[in-house]
Design a protein around this ligand. Structure first.
Ligand code: SF4
Length: 115
């Protein structure tokens, strides 16, 4: 399998957003992470192109993304005290969408750092 090298990759794991990482990938997984710390190396190497899990789950059962979005919307609209939580490993654009959603349904926003 041909080796792909990506220079100046950005790690979004911890929030430091190191953007000078060189990644080597074999088409399925990242095999080398130059200049990433041990956390970043672990994060990159444990994300693969393999399809290990269903696209979505509803109550623990495989579901389509469309059905899962519908179920999530129902949960949020019917929640007494909605919470939008997490967002530690997602992009700024995704965080912006999460906050917009929270404002729409009157939710509280929290991140994993509150732990
Ligand atoms: S490489 Fe390490 S320090 Fe840099 S963003 Fe990733 S986890 Fe954080």
């Amino acid at each position: 399998m041909p080796l792909t090298i990506v220079k100046n990759a950005t790690c979004t794991f911890c929030g430091c957003v190191c953007d000078d990482i060189e990644l080597h990938a074999d088409g399925i997984r990242i095999t080398e992470t130059k200049r990433a710390c041990s956390l970043g190396e672990s994060w990159f190497k444990n994300h693969t192109a393999e399809h290990l899990y269903p696209d979505a789950l509803i109550d623990g059962h495989p579901a389509t993304v469309d059905d899962a979005v519908e179920a999530a919307a129902d949960y949020l609209l019917n929640a007494d005290m909605p919470l939008v939580y997490g967002m530690s490993n997602i992009t700024c654009e995704a965080q912006r969408e999460a906050v917009s959603l929270a404002e729409l349904v009157g939710a509280v926003v929290d991140s994993h750092t509150s732990l």
